[in-house]
Write a protein that binds this ligand. Structure first.
Ligand code: CAA
Ligand code: FAD
Length: 382
C-alpha cells in the first residue's frame, strides 16, 4: 500500500494552493457578503486546468487522476467553498458525465469550453417536488415523429443555473417505466424554450449561483440525448458517485480551514492566565478534529483510488461523503465555539465556514440518502 502522492499530484496541489491563496482567499469575504459570482477567479481556475482536472488534454483538460482532483478541491474549498462548488459541478457532474457516456461529437462540442473555464456547466436532476426521491421527476421529454424531443418542466436548485451555457438535464421520456423511463439530454441554454428563474438567496456558498430553470417546448434533437433513451437515471447515479468524492473533498477543505484557524487561536487567546489551548477540554476537541479530518481524507482518497482503478466505488463514495460532511459540520461547530464571541463575528471567517459546511450534508444526496445507499449495500435489503 502506497500512502504518498506522486510528483504530478503534488504539482497540481501546489497550483491549486497558489491560486487559492493569491486569488480566492483575499476575495472570499467579499464574495460571501455580496453573493457576486466569481467569474474572474473561475476563468483563472480554468486557465490552470482546474475546471477539467480529469478531462484528457485533447478535450482541453489537465489529464490528471481522481486523487489529483481530491487534492485540488480541498485547496480551493479551504479558501472559499462557493468557488469549489462551481468547480465540482464543472469537473464531476458536467465533464465527467459527458466523457463517460457521451458520443465523440458531444465530447468535442461541450467539454473543452467548460474544462478550460471559458463557459460554465450545470447538472439538472432535482425538481420542486422531487429531490431525494429523484425518480419522481415530472419534467417531460416527448419524442416526436422526426426523432426529436419536446421538453417541458421545471428543475430547482440548479447550481450555476444563472450562468451556465450548457446543462446536463434529466427528463422523463416514459413515466410508466419509472427509473428506466428517464433520459439524459445535453441542453444549450441559448436556445428557445429555456428560462432561468431568480437566483436563490442562501445560508452559505453564497457566491455559487443557484436558481430554478424551466423548459417550455424546448426542442432537443436525437443527437442531444446523452447515452441512450431510458438510461438517464443510471447516468445520474453514476455521475453522482463521482460527484460525491468532490463534495467529500470540499467538506475536508472547509473543515481544514476551520481547524487551522482554531490551532492558531488556541495558542494566542488567553483565559484564566493561560492560553485556551492548554485546557484539556479544548485539547480533546483539537484531537477529535484531527481524527475526523484524517478519517475523512483517507476515506475520500480510497474512493478516488478505486475510481482510478476502474472499480465500482458507489458505496465508498457515499461513506466518504457522509463522513467528510458530518466531520466538516462538527469541526466548524466546535471551531466557532472555541473562538467564543469572535467565532460569531463577521470579522473572522469562522462563521462563514460554519454556514458553508452545512450544504455538504444536503446536496448530492443528503446524509440520510448516503446512509440509505451504504445500508442497502451492506444488508442487501431495501
Ligand atoms: N450507479 C449506477 N446505477 C445505479 C446506481 C449507481 N450508483 N444507483 C442506482 N442505480 C440503478 C439501479 O441499479 C436501478 O437500476 P435497474 O432499474 O436496472 O434495477 C436504478 O438505478 C434505480 O435504482 P434504485 O431502485 O436504487 O432507485 P431509488 O429510487 O431507490 O433511488 C437513491 C436511489 C439512492 C435514493 C437515489 O434516488 C438518490 O441518490 N437520491 C439522491 C439524489 C441526489 O443525490 N441528488 C443530487 C442532485 S445534484 C446536486 O445536488 C449537485 C450539487 O448540489 C452541486
Ligand atoms: P427532500 O428530498 O424533500 O428531503 C427532505 C428531508 O427528508 C431530508 O432531510 C432528507 O434526508 C429526508 N429524506 C428524504 N428521503 C428519505 C429517506 N428515504 N429516508 C430518510 N430520510 C429521507 N440539484 C440538482 O439537480 N443540481 C444542482 O446543481 C443542485 N445544486 C444544489 C445547490 C444547493 C445550494 C442546494 C440547497 C441544493 C442543490 N440541489 C441540486 C438539490 C439537492 O441535491 C437536494 O436539495 C437534495 O438532494 C435534497 O432534496 P430536497 O431538498 O428535495 O429534500
Amino acid at each position: 500500500m502506497e500512502f504518498g502522492y506522486s510528483e504530478e499530484q503534488r504539482m497540481l496541489q501546489d497550483v491549486a494552493r497558489r491560486i487559492a491563496r493569491e486569488k480566492i482567499a483575499p476575495s472570499a469575504e467579499h464574495h460571501d457578503r455580496t453573493g457576486e459570482f466569481p467569474l474572474e477567479n473561475i476563468r483563472a481556475l480554468g486557465e490552470n486546468g482546474l475546471m477539467g482536472i480529469e478531462v484528457p488534454t485533447e478535450y482541453g483538460g489537465a489529464g490528471m487522476d481522481s486523487v489529483s482532483y481530491v487534492l485540488a478541491m480541498i485547496e480551493i474549498a479551504a479558501a472559499d467553498a462557493a468557488h469549489s462548488t462551481i468547480m465540482s459541478v464543472n469537473n464531476s457532474l458536467f465533464c465527467n458525465g459527458i466523457l463517460t457516456f457521451g458520443s465523440e461529437a458531444q465530447k468535442q462540442q461541450y467539454v473543452r469550453d467548460i474544462a478550460e473555464g471559458r463557459e460554465i456547466g450545470a447538472f439538472a436532476l432535482t425538481e420542486p417536488q422531487s429531490g431525494s426521491d429523484a425518480t419522481a421527476m415530472r419534467c417531460k421529454a416527448v419524442k416526436q415523429v422526426d426523432g426529436s424531443y419536446v421538453i417541458n418542466g421545471k428543475k430547482s436548485w440548479i447550481t450555476s443555473g444563472p450562468v451556465a451555457k450548457y446543462i446536463v438535464l434529466f427528463a422523463m421520456t416514459d413515466a410508466d417505466k419509472g427509473a428506466r423511463g428517464i433520459t439524459a439530454f445535453m441542453i444549450d441554454t441559448t436556445r428557445a424554450g429555456f428560462h432561468r428563474g431568480k437566483t436563490e438567496p442562501k445560508l452559505g456558498i453564497r457566491a455559487s449561483a443557484t436558481c430554478e430553470i424551466e423548459f417550455t417546448d424546448y426542442v432537443a434533437s436525437a443527437e442531444d440525448v446523452l447515452g441512450s433513451e431510458g438510461h438517464g437515471f443510471k447516468i445520474a447515479m453514476s455521475v453522482l458517485d463521482a460527484g460525491r468524492i468532490g463534495i467529500a473533498s470540499q467538506a475536508i477543505g472547509i473543515g481544514r480551514a476551520a481547524y487551522e484557524a482554531t490551532l492558531a487561536y488556541v495558542k494566542e487567546r488567553n483565559a484564566f492566565g493561560a492560553p485556551i489551548g492548554t485546557f484539556q477540554m479544548t485539547q480533546a476537541k483539537i484531537a477529535d478534529m484531527k481524527c475526523k479530518l484524517d478519517a475523512a481524507l483517507l476515506l475520500t482518497l480510497r474512493a478516488a483510488w478505486l475510481k482510478g482503478q476502474g472499480q465500482r466505488f458507489s458505496t465508498e463514495a457515499a461513506v466518504a461523503k457522509l463522513t467528510a460532511s458530518e466531520a466538516a459540520m462538527w469541526i466548524t461547530h466546535q471551531a466557532l465555539q472555541i473562538h467564543g464571541g469572535m467565532g460569531y463575528s463577521k470579522e473572522m471567517p469562522i462563521e462563514r465556514y460554519f454556514r458553508d459546511a452545512k450544504i455538504t450534508e444536503i446536496y448530492e444526496g443528503t446524509s440520510e440518502i448516503q446512509r440509505l445507499v451504504i445500508a442497502r449495500h451492506e444488508t442487501g435489503l431495501r
